[in-house]
Design a binder for this molecule. Structure first.
Ligand code: FES
Length: 153
């Protein structure tokens, strides 16, 4: 017989314990949970309880956020692994190297923007022909809404 093992709530963490051990406010735990980045279970009193592996997930989320990875991208990346599983060192290497590439790409785009902005400082022309940060003939606008200048290759 393969009966499902009952959850041992005494081994699970309260939201306050998770927040304390992770070094983040309780509101952050609730926010991550509301965004589907982490998950809890409920005890008989309908209180949230977390498996200790959530601490590693929170550490990964915080590192990713520090590098500017959007929450949706973090969620998508964590979703590649079974829910509630503790990411191994190898899996963390996979994730971090992927995020390194994303960070390099953003640095490249921001560096180009900074260099283009350099030629604007002290200029003020905002010329459609001369200014590299203007949107000549609204060409970028025709490509769609949003920060097109940041998203160009
Ligand atoms: S404001 Fe003159 S080049 Fe941008």
């Amino acid at each position: 017989m393969n009966a499902k093992k009952p959850i041992d709530f005494s081994r699970l963490l309260t939201v306050g314990e998770v927040a304390h051990r992770a070094g983040v406010p309780v509101s952050t735990i609730h926010f991550y949970e509301s965004k589907g980045l982490i998950a809890s279970t409920r005890n008989a009193g309908n209180q949230r309880r977390f498996a200790s592996v959530v601490l590693r997930s929170i550490a990964i989320i915080k590192v990713a956020q520090r590098t500017g990875i959007p929450l949706e991208e973090i969620k998508e990346a964590l979703g590649r692994y079974p829910p509630g599983s503790k990411l191994s060192a190898v899996q963390w290497r996979e994730l971090s190297s992927r995020w390194r590439e994303s960070l390099d790409e953003r640095i490249r785009k921001l560096t180009r923007l900074r260099d283009e902005l350099d030629s604007c400082i002290g200029c003020g022309c905002l010329s459609l022909e001369e200014c590299p940060l203007r949107n000549p003939l609204d060409v970028l606008g025709e490509e769609g809404p949003g920060p097109r200048i940041l998203e160009r290759p």
